[in-house]
Design a protein around this ligand. Structure first.
Ligand code: NIG
Ligand code: FE
Length: 402
């Protein structure tokens, strides 16, 4: 992530060893205990510049210019949050309140945020993005994707992406979030806009293109047209799929070689099979099920079938107003069938896979020195101690930023 460096940012000249780590999650199976999370006990990490130079047993660590004593606590790779919607204004407290009094969630609430976002200044939107990225960073997130989708005019979508691009490289064009009220009578004309002038204005700022493929948003044919047009402009597809209802989103994502199908809450056996045999990552967003009181996605079923599972916050003011990856890890363990090891892997290496990144989400020589020190002896405590602020220090690109 190229988030704006926080004021507290500090850098040490030369190499730095973080020693006396009780449990180090590397996510490199060739290191440590041979499990997918590559756990090393009594470990050290050596940082050189913005990269990891060495990991291993603390007693074998090479000499360095600086040393930090982890005090017998755990270190994990910085979280990779591959799905958020941070360019917005206003909030939807009333909608949440109504939902917790029994009202159902629907895609329609997005319109409230579109109106507030269109009315906001650039400076207000920029400050919001910075605020939520900083909030996430304090909770261990060192890479964060974010989307447009609350502008839904050519100018407002391009503005959202331009602002997002100032903060992160992982920017997604989501002009196809819903059909906005101004196009309610002619959805086809809106798809033409999204695949034409809006795409032209947005593509220079984005790496990814996304569609909310859902009842009340865009159907399979519209999603296919939008993702195909984006791909022709060099954007890589990812899809909001199968959240509120069964539908074509997941299979379309796999067919088009999307990096990720996100939500995956309502899956048929054919959907699971497609994810298990394709290269598309299944990104699960437990904050959305929590905040909409919906059924949980079945992470166990996906993993047992052979799919790659990522965990992400979906941070947005409507369906999941959390920036906390530790919270998502705890939910995934408690309610979605993942073990603590699997959940931590999905929130780090899984997110990296969903963003097609090999430089983050792992701590091995050559990887980016993005890591979180936990105020706990083990990464398992992220699920065992839900709601407790366990992230006590964060390094990004080798700099201590929290
Ligand atoms: O991922 N699915 C569409 N977008 C968001 C919801 C956005 C909103 O309700 O404002 C999501 O859940
Ligand atoms: Fe989303």
């Amino acid at each position: 992530m190229t988030t704006t460096a926080p004021a507290a940012s500090t850098a040490s000249a030369g190499t730095t060893a973080i020693t006396n780590i009780a449990a180090l999650v590397t996510n490199d199976p060739s290191l440590g205990d041979g499990t997918p999370i590559g756990l090393i006990q009594d470990a050290a990490v050596v940082i050189d510049g913005d990269r990891v130079a060495w990991v291993g047993e603390s007693s074998k660590a090479p000499a360095t210019d600086n040393a930090v004593d982890a005090g017998g606590r755990a270190v994990i790779p910085g979280f990779v949050d591959s799905h958020s919607h941070l360019v917005f204004a206003g909030d939807r407290t009333q909608e949440f309140n109504a939902r917790m009094s029994g009202r159902a969630y629907s895609a329609g609430g997005i319109r409230t945020t579109v109106a507030a976002t269109r009315a906001a200044t650039d400076a207000q939107l920029d400050a919001n993005v910075a605020r939520y990225l900083a909030e996430a960073l304090r909770q261990g997130t060192t890479t964060m994707e974010t989307k447009s989708g609350y502008g839904l005019t050519v100018e407002d979508e391009a503005r959202a992406l331009r602002i997002a691009r100032e903060h992160t490289d992982e920017v997604t064009y989501l002009g196809a979030h819903i059909v906005p009220p101004d196009h309610a009578d002619d959805p086809a004309a809106y798809v033409d806009l999204v695949t034409g002038p809006m795409l032209d204005a947005c593509a220079p700022y984005a790496r990814w293109i996304d569609v909310f493929c859902e009842e009340g948003a865009f159907d399979g044919d519209q999603a296919r047209a939008i993702l195909t047009a984006g791909r022709a402009k060099g954007l890589i597809p990812r899809v909001h799929a199968n959240q509120l209802s069964y539908g074509p989103g997941v299979r379309l994502a796999v067919e088009l070689g999307a990096a990720s199908a996100d939500h995956c809450t309502r899956l048929t056996d054919a959907d699971v099979d497609a994810l298990a045999h394709g290269s598309t990552v299944a990104t699960l967003l437990p904050g959305a099920e929590f905040s909409t009181r919906a059924d949980w996605p079945d992470a166990r079923r996906l993993l047992d079938a052979g799919a790659i599972v990522a965990l992400s916050t979906d941070c947005n003011p409507g369906s999941s107003f959390t920036s906390s990856m530790p919270f998502c890890v705890a939910l995934a363990v408690r309610d979605m069938g993942l073990t603590p090891d699997e959940a931590v892997w999905s929130a780090t290496a899984g997110g990296a896979a969903a963003l097609r990144r090999s430089d983050v989400g792992r701590l091995a020589p050559g990887a980016r020195a993005d890591l979180a020190l936990l105020d706990a002896p083990s990464h398992v405590h992220l699920a065992y101690r839900p709601g407790v602020p366990l992230v006590s220090a964060v390094w990004r690109r080798g700099r201590r930023v929290h």
